[in-house]
Design a protein around this ligand. Structure first.
Ligand code: PNS
Length: 179
């Protein structure tokens, strides 16, 4: 094939989640994805099934601060079907982090359902560093609410926001292992 005959296509990937709050495990995935894809949109879900600790604005502010150093990562919000949001933003890839086998079953269901609705959009699973394979937003909130240190598990900005929300952080908000 002659040089230049292959058109380079920009690939946009969407990294969706509730990010309540963002952890160093999420950031590890973002860092890895930023070196693979041309553009990464971190998409924060507006309507969560469970009451979030942080408002949408707070979750976005923490993410914007934590991702400031990566030029090709942007933070946005979405509501409704993720695949519709992906189409609207011309994204070909949905990124999801898989920490352990336990994550896989639900992630596979979501990926296949999303593929049924939008066959052209590919879900790509990425593994965070082994250092973060046990880490979740829920565990961060539980440890913090019970007086433990979350230093090194979340970006500094999240520690600050957690301190500010201390009265709101209750162990009952941390029951689910997911997220
Ligand atoms: O961080 P989370 O809570 O694990 O993220 C879950 C998320 C936001 C990726 C998922 O709930 C989602 O995509 N919600 C949007 C609604 C949707 O498209 N549902 C159908 C998924 S098959």
């Amino acid at each position: 094939m002659a040089n230049g005959s292959r058109m380079a296509k920009e690939v946009t990937a969407i990294y969706p989640g509730s990010f309540d709050p963002v952890t160093n495990g999420h950031l590890d995935i973002m860092k890895r994805s930023s070196s693979i894809f041309d553009r990464v949109i971190v998409a924060v879900l507006l309507n969560l099934d469970k009451e979030p600790l942080f408002t949408l604005d707070e979750r976005v502010q923490m993410l914007e601060e934590a991702t400031r150093s990566w030029d090709n990562i942007e933070v946005d919000t979405f509501d409704g079907l993720l695949v519709n949001y992906a189409v609207k933003n011309r994204a070909r890839v949905i990124l999801r982090g898989i920490r352990a086998v336990t994550d896989y079953e639900f992630e596979l269901q979501m990926a296949l359902m999303n593929r049924t609705m939008q066959p052209d959009i590919e879900t790509i699973f990425m593994m965070p560093s082994g250092d973060y394979s046990y880490l979740s937003s829920s565990l961060v909130k539980e440890v913090f609410s019970l007086g433990g240190s979350v230093n090194g598990l979340v970006p500094t900005i999240v520690e600050t926001y957690l301190e500010g929300a201390r009265e709101r952080v209750r162990p009952s908000q941390s029951e689910s292992p997911s997220g």
